[in-house]
Ligand binder design. Structure first.
Ligand code: PLP
Length: 390
């Protein structure tokens, strides 16, 4: 038997290390905004458990109830025998909350994008994508083979220019953006983008991964807050962040849902999400319905925290959400600051290229409801001191 040749791997790893780009999946004892490591409490600003729901008793109860009722797995893909009543219950609930006629749940947010975008736009079609959309959207564009046109981040004029350049193109047109950007924490100008989509006969898909649960009525997101459900073809979201679980979804028309069921490969060729996780998502939606102001409290806390950092001269870009970047620049420096904060009980992961553009390595702070105002004030002081020390 010939040994597998892997001598090409070491040089790649060495080069990444030399560039300060080596990545590791560190082990953490739990998921929330406050965690204990070896008996010491740390404030975790790198968790997307924005509403502090991963250990919420009701969310856990609903996950347990689903586990007891259906068992651990769903047993098959959705189109075989994997669709359980609880999947359809969640889809109906998401559609109602998001203000769309229908919704479809996928195995993850990544898969929701990977499944939906290639159905909307394939060979011969055009996709106009904000420069900073998430990797899952970009990967999805490649899967469908549509021509990809990027436009400057959050710049409707740049989008308009691109749309005009391709005004006579044949085939379908799709615009994709996020409502809260995952690494910059800024908000897309959705009303302007929706108006351009309308004017140019383009579909519009908005990734609300970081807006679901954190903005809008009952946490329904920014599309709902702007009342744009009628102008945005697809509202995509994930259950993995504010909803404290796992799985993704799209809210859309009944017809698009039918088409996705028939042709979205990331929906068809994978096992249906397990019942407990669907139960947890329903639990999170119950909590949001019972406490519709959770997102407002989160945003007020984030505004305060951001103001402390800005007053000290730190660069938080155009952040207007619970995601607050603190741009450091060089990779090594961002990593060193993150390490110093870690020694002081603060987890604030350094995010480096290719996740963010070269030269813009940063700390990405997620404020969550686990963090009290005192925690935010103490953390702001430590971050400011660490960032100004070198
Ligand atoms: C903007 C955005 N879209 C999609 C995803 C993928 O979602 P999931 O983690 O549920 O796969 C993420 C994060 O992971 C994200 O930040």
């Amino acid at each position: 038997m010939t040994a597998m040749r892997e001598d090409w791997i070491q040089p790649i790893l060495d080069e990444r290390q030399a560039q300060g780009l080596d990545r590791q999946a560190r082990v953490y004892p739990e998921a929330g905004g406050i965690i204990k490591i070896n008996g010491t409490e740390l404030l975790n600003f790198s968790s997307n458990d924005y509403l502090d729901l991963t250990r919420h008793p009701h969310v856990m109860d609903r996950a347990r109830e689903a586990l007891d009722q259906y068992g651990t797995g769903s047993g098959a893909s959705r189109l075989v025998t994997g669709t359980l009543p609880i999947h359809e219950e969640l889809e109906a609930r998401i559609a109602k909350e998001k203000g769309y006629p229908a919704a479809l749940v996928f195995g993850s947010g990544y898969m929701a994008n990977a499944g939906t975008i290639p159905v909307l736009a394939g060979r011969g079609d055009l996709i106009f994508a904000d420069k900073l959309v998430h990797a899952s959207m970009i990967d999805a564009c490649k899967l469908g083979d549509a021509k990809l046109v990027r436009f400057a981040h959050n710049d409707p004029d740049a989008l308009e220019q691109r749309l005009e350049q391709h005004a006579n193109a044949e085939g379908r047109k799709l615009i994709i953006t996020e409502s809260v950007f995952s690494m910059d924490g800024d908000l897309a100008p959705l009303p302007k983008i929706a108006a351009l989509a309308e004017e140019h006969g383009a579909m519009l898909m908005v990734d609300e991964a970081h807006a679901s649960g954190t903005f809008g009525p009952n946490g329904a997101g920014l599309i709902r807050e702007h009342g744009l459900e009628g102008s945005i073809t697809v509202s995509m979201g994930t259950m993995s962040k504010a909803m404290a679980g796992y799985g993704g979804f799209v809210a859309c028309s009944e017809n698009l849902r039918r088409l996705l069921i028939n042709s979205a490969r990331a929906f068809i060729y994978t096992t249906a999400p397990p019942p407990a996780i669907i139960g947890a998502a329903l639990g999170a939606l119950d909590v949001l319905e019972a406490s519709p102001r959770l997102g407002n409290i989160l945003q007020a806390n984030a505004d305060y925290f951001r103001s402390l950092l800005r007053e000290a001269g730190l660069d938080t870009l155009q952040s207007q959400s619970q995601i607050i970047p603190i741009v450091i620049g060089e990779n090594e420096r961002a990593v060193a600051i993150s390490a110093r904060l870690r020694e002081q009980g603060i987890i604030a992961a350094a995010i480096r290229p290719p996740t963010v553009p070269a030269g813009s390595a940063r700390l990405r702070i997620s404020v969550t409801l686990a963090h009290l105002v005192d925690d935010l004030e103490r953390t702001a002081k430590l971050i400011i001191a660490a960032a100004q020390a070198d």
